[in-house]
Structures are given as structure tokens and as C-alpha cells.
Ligand binder design. Structure first.
Ligand code: FAD
Ligand code: NA7
Length: 541
């Protein structure tokens, strides 16, 4: 402690998705630090670089699925559809990298295999898959919360003679036109893929474990005049987003579902079904769909009635109809249930008729049928939130691995910092907000940038949250999550999708506005909950 420190660079950023790109810009272009970003992918974009499967798109409306930090960027960059297709988001992020001249400090195809905090020098030592090692004063992990692929353990998967691919690693050369395609998984990704693939595949077999509640997205072209009107309204739009709960660019409802008549409830559900968007249906209809079982049941019953109306074959409709709570991340899609009316689409309920094995020819189910396939798509999701952290050899004080800290599930202070890991920050770390993510990423990057700027200005040497602060934040997140219905549904939000993963609260569910307020209060109180040690030389000046 107290020794002069010479680091290779001031800061290292890991990951070059929405989070890493903005963090690099903040630290290098705004704070003037020397920074290197490492990205294991062959390009920037994170989610939008890897998820090139047919149908991949945002389910946040495009006008708020972007950065808001730069007025010029907001005014210059156009869009042409209500939701952004994967190539559009990727092109946007590539534009941001070019616009702010970031590429020269991003090393692609370079995985960070480990990072260890050296308590003698108070520096981080970051190791790369290339065998190199670099030191830095600040380490920012922007590893992605939906970025560690979940490959299911299905017997015979390796024996498949066709192509087996996960949606998060979709190869550029794979064309499914006319092919016999099977897909395992009907989450947000699976549903998007199913709608798109049904239009081009020769035959599509959907292996569904859990039926899903899905509402229309209302996707449509957006003309230049609408884009210009939206641009003119951006100041008000972002003001609204920053004070809102889910940050999706609509006003959340203030009305309780059971406070109105059944007719009025149905009218509101229909109105929002027609407008489109999953989060709007859950949070824009009534304010208690995610908290009150009766309100939740009413929303679920409405969606079930739509499935019965849309799906022509009663047996397919039965299999597609969920009976559990409507309490996973709300899905939306254009024509999901309608897709099952197509002659080339077949639904297999693997709850009723489990997959026994993948064979060289396809997938064999318990009824003895071998579903012959050319392509098998795993839309089986992610080891979310902490998955990529645990994959690294990430060690804080005392050489303790992050896993040793997270035996009961991943924790943090404010979603951005961790006891025992001084000068390390996380973008979308555990117990960060559950929202449209770019606004929350911006809130975190701005806040971390503010703290680092303050540290640089005042000669702070180490920044570390206290155990009390982290325990308090964990308890707050648990209390809020437990006041909702989300923990009662099995999904990635609590880690329930990964066999053997401990179920834990991994999000702050009080909303974006409340989160920003909390960050502001912590900063205004002199970074309450953090212990800041000062560099003796700097302090003496
Ligand atoms: P990512 O984009 O995941 O980037 C993390 C990067 O870190 C990756 O490129 C990864 O390769 C890199 N990395 C990780 N570990 C290492 C390592 N050890 N060394 C080097 N590099 C590493 N969110 C929404 O709000 N709205 C949506 O509509 C929406 N749609 C989505 C659709 C899909 C198909 C998916 C998968 C996610 C979607 N999301 C959506 C969530 C999305 O992940 C976030 O919105 C956002 O893109 C996250 O940005 P990020 O930079 O935090 O993470
Ligand atoms: P999800 O939402 O976790 O969905 C994964 C799907 O895969 C879901 O239907 C799972 O069924 C299914 N699954 C997972 N493991 C298996 C096994 N072993 N066998 C059969 N089926 C399985 O991931 P997504 O990629 O769709 O979406 C994640 C987020 O990314 C989404 O919310 C957006 O924000 C973008 P289950 O429902 O668990 O029964």
C-alpha cells in the first residue's frame, strides 16, 4: 500500500457491446485516461455481433434502443422499422465506434481469461488468452448479462450429422432455406426464430418445453417523417424514460387491474394488444400485473383467449397454452401463434413427450418418433448475469475467486461494484436494474465515470464498497423482487434455467427512475457505502 504505481494503462474495459463501447468513450474521450478494451468476438456489438439467427431483433422499440448521451448521434442516426433487426443494431454500434474513433483502442478476438488484484500495488493484472498480461488501475467488466451460452446436456448431441447451432453463435454461412429445421427452446429467442424460420424452412419442428405468453409486437415500417418527429421530441422522450420504471418509452399505467370492470379490463388489454410490445402489455395496461395474482390471472386469461382464437388446430392450441403465472420477461412477436397454422410447422411438447436423444438423423422423442433434421437450432438461452464473470479467473483481495464470494448467488453494491474487488466496476452486474437496457447501461457508465473522475481529481487510490452497503443493497433487491410475482416463475431472471444453478435474486426491480435516484443520492452523499483510500503522494499535494 502507498507505493507509487505505474500501470500499463489507466483502465481496461472487458467487452465491446453497448456497455463496453460507451465505457471506453467515457474513460478515454471524456476523462482523458489511457484505456484498452478487449473483446473476445471478431467484431464489436456484443449481443448484436453474435446473435445473427433469422428473426433476431430488439423487442424494445428502436427509438429508445440506442444511446442518448450524444445529441449529434441522436439527431444523425435514422431507423426505418419500429423494432430494430440485428443487422441494424450492429450497424448502429459500428457507427458509434467509428464516430468516436474507438476502434484503435479495442482489441478484437482477444479473450480476457483472468484478472487479479495486487494488494501491494493496488493494480489489476489482466491476463489474456494470448498469454499476455497487462496492469491497470481501473478494471471495468462489461461482460454482458445475456452472453454466456447455455448448451443443454442432451444425450447424443455430438452425434448429430447435420448442423447443430446455438442462436448466440449463428454462423454466417448457414442458410436454412428449404431445409428440415428443428428448434429447441421457445423463449424470446426461440419465438423470434420460429416466426422467421417458418417462412423459409422446408419444415420446422418446434420442441417446446414450456408454452409462452406472447403478445404482438406491432412491428411496422417507420417513415422519414415519423423519424423526424421523434427526433424533435427526443428531449421529452429521454426525460420520460429516465424517470420511468421499465425505460421502454411508454407511460406505465397507474391503474390497478381489479379497480375497473371486467369489460374495461378487456378493453384495455385489447387496446394494448393492438398497440403491441410485451413490456407495454405487462406494465402499460395496469400497474399490478406483475405483483397482484388476480391482475396477473386476468392478463394471462386474455392472452389464453387469443391463443384459442388464433390457433386453428385445437390440439396445437392446447399445447401452446400456458397455465402458469405470466411472470417471465414479457415476450412480443409478430404472428407467433399464427405461425402454428402453417402446414410446414409442427409442435412437439417435450414436457409430454420428452426428447430421449439426438441421433445422427435428428431428434428422437419418447414416443419413438425420430424427427429427421438437417439443422438443429438450440434456442436454449443463457447462463445469465453472472455466467461470464464465473468463466473468468477473476480474483480480488486475498486472491479469492469471485465464485468464493458468490456461493449463495451473485451480489453487488448498486449492480456496479463488489466488496473485495477494489477499483473494479461492472456494467449490468448482478442486482442492476431490470429494464430496457441501454438507458440503464448509460446510467451506470455515467455514474462510474463520475466516480472515477472524482477519484482522479482528489487522488483516490482505491474505491471499494463496504460489506454493509453490499448486504443492504442485496436485501433491498430481495425485498423488492419478493414483492413481485417474478420469483414464482422459473426463468433465467433468477437462474432457474440452468441445472444446478442456485436460484437467487439477480435484479433490482424497483425501476429505472428509482435506480437513477439511488445512484444520485449515493454520489451526492460523497459516495456513501464506499471506502475510498487516498494516494499518500497525491493527498500530500
Ligand atoms: P453484450 O452485448 O452481451 O456484450 C458483452 C461482450 O463482452 C460480448 O461481446 C462478449 O464477447 C464480451 N466478453 C465477455 N466476456 C469476455 C472476456 N472474458 N473477454 C473478452 N470479451 C468478453 N435488451 C433490451 O433492453 N432490449 C432488447 O430488445 C433486447 N433484445 C435482445 C435480444 C437478444 C437476442 C439478446 C441475446 C439480448 C437482448 N437484449 C435486449 C439484452 C442485450 O444483451 C442488451 O440490451 C445489451 O446489448 C447488452 O450490452 P452489454 O454490452 O452489456 O453486453
Ligand atoms: P430463455 O428465455 O431462457 O429461453 C430458453 C428456452 O429454451 C426456453 O423455452 C427453455 O424452456 C428452453 N430450454 C432451456 N434448456 C432446455 C433443455 N435442456 N431442454 C429443452 N428446452 C430447454 O432464453 P432466450 O434466449 O429465449 O431469451 C433470453 C433473453 O434474451 C430474453 O429474455 C431477451 O432479453 C433476450 P423453459 O422455458 O425453461 O422450460
Amino acid at each position: 500500500m502507498g507505493t507509487t504505481r505505474t500501470a500499463d494503462v489507466d483502465a481496461i474495459v472487458v467487452g465491446a457491446g453497448f456497455g463496453g463501447i460507451y465505457m471506453l468513450h467515457k474513460l478515454r474521450n471524456e476523462l482523458g485516461l489511457t484505456v484498452t478494451a478487449f473483446e473476445k468476438g471478431g467484431g464489436v456489438g456484443g449481443t448484436w455481433y453474435f446473435n445473427k439467427y433469422p428473426g433476431a431483433k430488439s423487442d424494445t422499440e428502436g427509438f429508445v434502443y440506442r444511446y442518448s448521451f450524444d445529441e449529434g448521434l441522436l439527431q444523425d442516426y435514422d431507423w426505418s422499422t419500429r423494432y430494430l433487426d440485428q443487422p441494424d443494431v450492429l450497424a448502429y454500434l459500428e457507427h458509434v465506434v467509428e464516430r468516436f474513433d474507438l476502434a484503435r483502442d479495442i482489441r478484437l478476438n482477444t479473450e480476457v481469461t483472468g484478472a487479479a488484484f495486487d494488494e501491494d500495488t493496488d493494480l489489476w493484472r489482466v491476463t489474456l488468452a494470448t498469454g499476455e498480461a497487462l496492469t491497470c488501475r481501473y478494471l471495468v467488466n462489461a461482460l454482458g448479462l445475456l452472453a454466456k451460452t447455455n448448451i443443454p446436456d442432451i444425450p447424443g448431441l455430438d452425434s448429430f450429422a447435420g448442423r447443430a447451432v446455438h442462436t448466440n453463435a449463428w454462423p454466417d454461412d448457414l442458410d436454412i432455406t428449404g431445409k428440415r429445421v428443428g428448434v429447441i427452446g421457445t423463449g424470446s429467442t426461440g419465438c423470434q426464430f420460429i416466426v422467421a424460420a417458418a417462412k423459409t424452412a422446408g419444415h420446422l419442428t418446434v420442441f417446446q418445453r414450456s408454452p409462452q405468453y406472447s403478445v404482438p409486437s406491432g412491428n411496422r415500417p417507420v417513415d422519414k417523417a415519423e423519424v423526424e418527429r421523434t427526433k424533435a421530441e427526443f428531449p421529452a422522450i429521454w426525460d420520460q424514460v429516465r424517470g420511468s420504471v421499465v425505460a421502454f418509452g411508454f407511460e406505465e399505467s397507474g391503474v390497478e387491474a381489479m379497480s375497473v370492470s371486467e369489460d374495461e379490463r378487456r378493453r384495455v388489454f385489447q387496446e394494448n394488444w393492438d398497440k403491441g410490445n410485451g413490456f407495454r402489455f405487462m406494465f402499460g395496461t395496469f400497474n399490478d400485473i406483475a405483483t397482484n395474482p388476480e391482475a396477473n390471472a386476468a392478463a394471462a386469461a386474455f392472452i389464453r383467449s387469443k391463443i384459442a382464437e388464433i390457433v386453428e388446430d385445437p390440439e396445437t392450441a392446447r399445447k401452446l397454452t400456458p397455465t402458469d403465472l405470466y411472470a417471465k420477461r414479457p415476450l412480443c412477436n409478430e404472428g407467433y401463434y399464427e405461425t402454428y397454422n402453417r402446414d410446414n410447422v409442427e409442435l412437439v411438447s417435450i414436457k409430454e413427450n420428452p426428447i430421449e436423444a439426438v441421433t445422427p438423423a435428428g431428434v428422437r422423442t419418447a414416443d419413438g418418433v425420430e424427427h429427421e433434421l438437417d439443422v438443429l437450432v438450440l434456442a436454449t438461452g443463457f447462463d445469465a448475469v453472472d455466467g461470464n464473470y464465473r468463466s473468468m479467473d477473476l480474483r480480488g483481495r486475498g486472491g479469492r475467486h469471485i465464485d468464493e464470494h458468490w456461493t449463495d448467488g451473485p451480489t453487488s453494491y448498486l449492480g456496479v461494484s463488489k466488496v473485495g474487488f477494489p477499483n473494479m466496476f461492472m456494467i449490468l452486474g448482478p442486482n442492476g436494474p431490470f429494464t430496457n437496457l441501454p438507458p440503464s447501461i448509460e446510467a451506470q457508465v455515467d455514474w462510474i465515470g463520475g466516480l472515477i473522475a472524482e477519484a482522479e481529481r482528489t487522488g483516490v487510490r482505491t474505491i471499494e464498497p463496504t460489506s454493509e452497503a453490499e448486504a443492504g443493497w442485496t436485501a433491498t433487491c430481495e425485498e423488492i423482487a419478493n414483492a413481485t410475482l417474478f420469483p414464482q416463475a422459473d426463468s433465467w431472471i433468477f437462474g432457474a434455467n440452468i441445472p444446478g444453478k442456485r436460484n437467487a435474486v439477480m435484479f433490482y426491480m424497483a425501476g429505472h427512475g428509482a435506480y437513477r435516484t439511488k445512484l444520485g443520492e449515493v454520489a451526492d452523499a460523497g459516495y456513501q457505502g464506499f471506502e475510498l483510500t487516498r494516494d499518500s503522494e497525491a493527498a500530500a499535494v
